[in-house]
Design a protein around this ligand. Structure first.
Ligand code: HSE
Length: 315
């Protein structure tokens, strides 16, 4: 039997403009790693939490009841573990409070690594409820739009009302996502608390129409329709003022061919969907626009078909 498992779980774009709390897209090449080691203790412990710089994290808690990774792993073991538990090392690759699904990536990597050490590991799709326990602690709400794509990859529709079922959506060929992370932080739980509790009938109708258009565009490979549909008329207007470079970055991306552009999750990150051939140019236009506002930034380009979490080693 294996004693140590290392899992990688990618960052993700939550909401994808049209589907607040119910649509998410995995990103390639950026994510968190969790190393799980079997122990004979009763509960999950956290040996270390390292930041993006590889140093011990200055404030992310390594208390097992305060860390998304250990909360998620404990939920899995409570339901499916035998005797013993795991000790986790959490190595962050996703910046905190970035709108890139940082807490979800830790929770997913922890669950995937811990699962690999079970006598009878579960299928990836069955791990969703346990990873969600960690995410729920971090964001204060039950939404799977970061956890589901981080776990399963690609573009995932995951309305709360249908959980634990989630739907893998097809993505039009030849499209990429560009993700710009401005050097700002937004606390997701706080941002969620600040959202209006109601929405007008007209906005509800419009947003439903945009989601429907987007879903059909994905199913029918209709890039023009996808571009016309990729808008958030409900949540983005309530949040974009928190990101000082938002308008400038969106304008810059749109000018050089982005099909659509919006906040990633609760921000501050901003994403664009675009043709593969435009992606690098759009990333550099978005970076320039952010820097012109005096805000440093970093960007990533990812295919819309990025994979989900994976085991990197098992010994
Ligand atoms: N759907 C969540 C929100 C994602 O927008 O609050 C958080 O990253």
């Amino acid at each position: 039997m294996s004693e140590i498992a290392t899992a990688f779980a990618p960052a993700s774009i939550g909401n994808v403009a049209v589907g607040f709390d119910m649509l998410g897209l995995a990103l390639a090449d950026i994510g968190d790693r969790v190393i799980a080691r079997k122990t004979d203790q009763e509960r999950v412990t956290v040996a270390e939490v390292r930041g993006v710089d590889g140093e011990l994290h200055p404030y992310l808690s390594s208390r097992a009841d305060e860390n998304t990774a250990s909360i998620a792993a404990q939920a899995l073991l409570d339901a499916h573990g035998g005797a013993g538990s795991v000790e986790l090392k959490v190595h962050k690759g996703v910046p905190l409070q970035s709108g890139m699904g940082s807490s979800a990536a830790s929770a997913v990597a922890a669950v995937v690594a811990t699962n690999a050490l079970l006598d009878t590991p579960l299928e990836a799709g069955d791990l969703l409820p346990y990873a969600l326990e960690g995410e729920k602690y971090a964001s204060g709400g039950l939404h799977a739009d970061n956890v589901a794509p981080s776990l399963l990859g690609g573009l995932i529709l995951c309305p709360q009302v249908l959980l634990p079922d989630v739907i893998h959506l097809p993505t039009p060929a030849g499209l990429s996502a560009v993700l710009l992370h401005p050097d700002l932080q937004v606390n997701t739980a706080q941002s969620r608390r600040g959202l209006s509790k109601g929405v007008s009938m007209q906005l509800w109708i419009d947003q439903q129409g945009l989601l429907a258009g987007f879903l059909h565009a994905c199913a029918s490979n209709d890039i023009d329709l996808l571009g016309r549909s990729l808008r958030d008329v409900v949540i983005e207007p309530q949040r974009s003022a928190n990101v000082a470079c938002f308008d400038a970055v969106v304008a810059a991306a749109t000018k050089v061919g982005a099909l659509g552009c919006s906040l990633s999750g609760s921000g501050p990150s901003i994403f664009a969907l675009c043709k593969d051939s435009d992606a690098r140019n759009i990333a550099s236009a978005m970076e320039q626009a952010s820097r012109a506002q005096g805000i440093g930034c970093q960007s990533w380009v990812s295919p819309m078909t990025a994979g989900g979490a994976r085991i990197e080693s098992l010994t």
